[in-house]
Design a binder for this molecule. Structure first.
Ligand SMILES: Cc1cc2nc3c(=O)[nH]c(=O)nc-3n(C[C@H](O)[C@H](O)[C@H](O)COP(=O)(O)OP(=O)(O)OC[C@H]3O[C@@H](n4cnc5c(N)ncnc54)[C@H](O)[C@@H]3O)c2cc1C
Ligand SMILES: *[C@@H]1O[C@H](CO)[C@@H](O)[C@H](O)[C@H]1NC(C)=O
Ligand SMILES: *[C@@H]1O[C@H](CO)[C@@H](O)[C@H](O)[C@H]1NC(C)=O
Ligand SMILES: *[C@@H]1O[C@H](CO)[C@@H](O)[C@H](O)[C@H]1NC(C)=O
Ligand SMILES: *[C@@H]1O[C@H](CO)[C@@H](O)[C@H](O)[C@H]1NC(C)=O
Ligand SMILES: *[C@@H]1O[C@H](CO)[C@@H](O)[C@H](O)[C@H]1NC(C)=O
Length: 531
C-alpha cells in the first residue's frame, strides 16, 4: 500500500514538473529574445553570456538555490523563474528593467534572499529574477562617519568593513550576518541597538534607485517622497534600490552581552512579568530580548525563557543597572561578557567559540532550514494569568516559540510618520512567532504552519488591534495578499494597514506617481490607485 501511494505521489510530481517547466525550445526563445533586448540596450554579448541564465543552463539550479534561505521554497513544485540575471554593472540592471518590461514577465528582485515567504525568488506568474548578489561594494568614509553600501552586500560584510576601519563605529542593523542589505534596509530592519539608535532607516541619509524607466536617481533626483518610501515601505514596490548611504553610529571600545535561561521551575512567569514592566523603559543602552520556547526539563514539559541582552557600555555599569532594575533575573557577574562591538555581532550570531574570528562574517552560506514566521505588537501589558495561558498553549503545541523584542527609547521619540515603519511610541514590544524544522516531510510542514496559525489566533486578546500591527520584514502572506488586479487597493489595505498604519495611503500615492503601470509588483506590494 505504501509503495502504491509513493508511486502515485511520484507520478503526480512528474506531471507537475512536466507542466511547469518550459519546454527546451520555449526556454531557448525566451532566453534569445531577452538576450537580444539586452544587446539592443547596450549590453555587449560577451557580458550577456556571463549574467543571463535560462532553465536549460547547467548552472541554473545552483544559481537559483544559492540564495534560497527558506527550504519550504526549495522543492520541485516551487515555481521557477524563466530567466535569472546576475548583473555586474549598473547599466546591466537598467537594461534588465527595460527588457523585463518589454517581455511581459514579472520582475522579482533578490538581494540576500532572506524573505520569509520567498517572494524575492518565487512567483505564480512567469517571472525574471534580478539577482543583486554581485553588486556588493561598500565604501566607508570614516572621518565623515558615513558609508555607501550596495544592496547585494550582506550585513556581515557591512559590519566587517566598518570594523576594519574603526572599532568605535557601528551600524544598528539585524542580527543574522547573511541577511541582504537590499531587503533589510528597504523593509525597515532593526537590530539589538534599536532602543539607542532606532532602526536602519533612521540612519539612512541618501540612496540610489533605478526607476521603472531605467533612470538612476539619488535622493535629490528621486525627491523626498520616494526617498521616504524606500526607508521602510519595501523597495520592491518602487524600483531597484542600488545602494544606501548610511550614518555610522559611535560605540565604546567595549559593550556587554549576556544569555541566561530560566524555566518555569525557576520562576520564569514572575520574571517575565517583571521583564515586561522594565524592558521598554530601562536605559536606552540596554536591549533584553526574550525567547519563549517549549522544553523538556527532567522529563517534564514546560516553558524555558532565554534572556539575550546587548548593553552599549561596560560590564560594571550593566551589573549595577541589573541589580537596581531587574534583580529578579538573578544575574551572576560571570554571566556578563564584555567584548568589542564586532565580537558582540559574532556572539549574537551564535559564533561563541574563542576560535571564531570576524572573517566568519564574510561567509555567505548559512545552514538553512524550513521556516515560518509571523509578528505581533504588544501595547498593553499582558497580565500574569495571560502569560500562564500562553505558556500552556505553547507547551501543548510543542514546537513553535515566541521572541519578544522590547521597543521604547529612541523608537518612542521618532514620529510615526517619519518613515513608512509606523510602530513607534506606545509599543512595549514586538513578538516574532518562530518555528524552524529540518525535514521535507509535507506532513510536518502542514503541522507547523498550523501551529503558527493556532498560536496567532490564541494571542488575539493580548496584542494590538484595529489594525493588528505586523512587521514588514517578518513577511507573512497569511495576513493578506493582492493579485494586483482591479481590486488591489482594497486587498492592499488589508496587509498595508497592518504593516504601515496611517502611512499606507501616502505609500499608495507615491507608488501611483512613480510606477502608475504597477510594473514593480508582488504578492504584498503597494497598490496603485486607478487613474
Ligand atoms: C535568519 C534571518 C534572520 C533575520 N534577522 C533579522 C533581524 O535581526 N532584524 C530584522 O529587521 N530582520 C531580520 N530578518 C528579516 C530580514 O530583514 C528580511 O527578510 C529582509 O527583507 C531580508 O532582506 P534580503 O535582501 O536578504 O531578502 P530578499 O529576499 O532578497 O528581499 C526581501 C524583499 O525585498 C525586496 N528587495 C530585495 N532587494 C531589493 C533591492 N535591491 N531593491 C528593491 N527591492 C529589493 C525583495 O524583492 C523582497 O520583496 C531576518 C531574516 C532571516 C531569514
Ligand atoms: C546559458 O546558456 C547559454 C546557451 O548555452 C550560454 O550562451 C550562456 O553563456 C549561459 N549562461 C551562463 C551565465 O553561463
Ligand atoms: C534544494 O533542493 C535541491 C534539489 O532537490 C537539492 O539538491 C539541494 O541540496 C537543496 N538545498 C538545500 C540547501 O537543501
Ligand atoms: C565596485 O568597486 C570597484 C572597485 O572600487 C569598482 O571598480 C566597480 O566599478 C564598483 N562596481 C560598482 C557596480 O559600483
Ligand atoms: C518568584 O518571583 C516572585 C516575584 O518576583 C518573588 O516574590 C518570589 O520570591 C520568587 N520565588 C522564588 C522561588 O524565587
Ligand atoms: C502524512 O499523513 C498522511 C495522512 O495522515 C499519512 O497517511 C502519511 O503516512 C504521512 N506521511 C508521512 C511521511 O509521515
Amino acid at each position: 500500500m505504501k509503495n502504491v501511494l509513493a508511486l502515485c505521489i511520484s507520478l503526480l510530481f512528474f506531471a507537475s514538473i512536466f507542466s511547469s517547466l518550459p519546454t527546451s525550445s520555449s526556454a531557448d526563445s525566451t532566453f534569445d529574445s531577452f538576450a537580444n533586448c539586452l544587446t539592443k540596450n547596450g549590453v555587449p554579448s560577451n557580458q550577456i553570456s556571463k549574467i543571463l541564465y535560462s532553465p536549460t543552463n547547467t548552472s541554473f539550479s545552483s544559481v537559483l538555490n544559492a540564495y534560497v534561505r527558506n527550504l519550504r521554497f526549495n522543492t520541485s513544485s516551487t515555481k521557477k523563474p524563466s530567466i535569472i540575471v546576475t548583473p555586474l554593472t549598473v547599466q546591466q540592471v537598467q537594461a534588465t528593467i527595460i527588457c523585463t518590461k518589454g517581455s511581459g514577465l514579472q520582475l522579482k528582485i533578490r538581494s540576500g534572499g532572506h524573505d520569509y515567504e520567498g517572494i524575492s525568488y518565487v512567483s505564480d506568474n512567469p517571472f525574471v529574477i534580478l539577482d543583486m548578489f554581485n553588486l556588493r561594494n561598500i565604501s566607508i568614509d570614516q572621518p565623515g562617519r558615513t558609508a555607501w553600501v550596495q544592496t547585494g552586500a550582506t550585513l556581515g560584510e557591512l559590519y566587517y568593513r566598518i570594523w576594519q576601519k574603526s572599532n568605535l563605529l557601528a551600524y544598528p542593523a539585524g542580527v543574522c550576518p547573511t541577511v541582504g542589505v537590499g531587503g533589510h534596509i528597504s523593509g525597515g530592519g532593526y537590530g539589538t541597538m534599536l532602543r539607542k539608535f532606532g532602526l536602519t532607516v533612521d540612519n539612512v541619509v541618501d540612496a540610489q534607485i533605478i526607476d521603472v524607466n531605467g533612470r538612476v536617481l539619488d535622493r535629490k533626483g528621486m525627491g523626498e517622497d520616494l526617498f521616504w518610501a524606500i526607508r521602510g515601505g519595501g523597495g520592491a514596490s518602487f524600483g531597484v534600490v542600488l545602494s544606501y548611504k548610511i550614518n555610522l553610529v559611535p560605540v565604546p571600545p567595549f559593550v556587554t552581552v549576556f544569555s541566561v535561561q530560566r524555566t518555569e521551575a525557576q520562576n520564569a512567569t514572575n520574571i517575565l512579568v517583571k521583564w515586561q514592566s522594565i524592558a521598554s523603559t530601562i536605559d536606552n543602552n540596554l536591549f533584553i530580548r526574550v525567547l519563549v520556547q517549549p522544553a523538556t526539563v527532567s522529563g517534564k514539559k514546560m516553558i524555558r525563557l532565554t534572556f539575550n541582552a546587548m548593553y552599549v557600555g561596560n560590564s560594571k555599569s550593566l551589573a549595577a543597572l541589573m541589580k537596581a532594575k531587574f534583580p529578579e533575573l538573578g544575574l551572576q557577574s560571570s554571566d556578563l561578557k564584555q567584548m568589542s562591538w564586532i565580537q558582540s555581532i559574532l556572539f549574537w550570531a551564535n559564533f561563541r567559540s574563542s576560535s571564531d574570528k570576524p572573517e566568519i562574517l564574510l561567509d555567505r552560506t548559512p545552514s538553512v532550514n524550513f521556516l515560518k514566521r509571523k509578528s505581533d505588537y504588544v501595547v498593553t501589558p499582558i497580565p500574569k494569568a495571560g502569560f500562564t495561558a500562553i505558556f500552556n498553549k505553547i507547551t501543548q503545541l510543542g514546537k513553535i516559540g515566541l521572541v519578544f523584542n522590547p521597543y521604547g527609547g529612541k523608537m518612542s521619540q521618532i514620529p510615526e510618520t517619519d518613515a513608512p515603519f509606523p510602530h513607534r511610541a506606545g509599543i512595549l514590544y514586538k513578538i516574532q512567532y518562530s518555528v524552524n524544522w529540518d525535514s521535507a516531510d509535507p506532513n510536518l510542514t502542514t503541522q507547523y504552519l498550523q501551529q503558527a496559525r493556532d498560536l496567532y489566533s490564541f494571542m488575539t486578546p493580548y496584542v494590538s488591534s484595529n489594525p493588528r500591527q505586523a512587521f514588514l520584514n517578518y513577511r507573512d502572506l497569511e495576513i493578506g495578499t493582492t493579485d494586483n488586479g482591479p481590486n488591489s487597493y482594497n486587498e492592499g489595505k488589508v496587509y498595508g494597514l497592518k504593516y504601515f498604519k496611517g502611512n499606507f495611503d501616502r505609500l499608495v500615492k507615491i507608488k501611483t506617481a512613480v510606477d502608475p503601470q504597477n510594473f514593480f509588483r508582488n504578492e504584498q506590494s503597494i497598490p496603485v490607485l486607478a487613474a
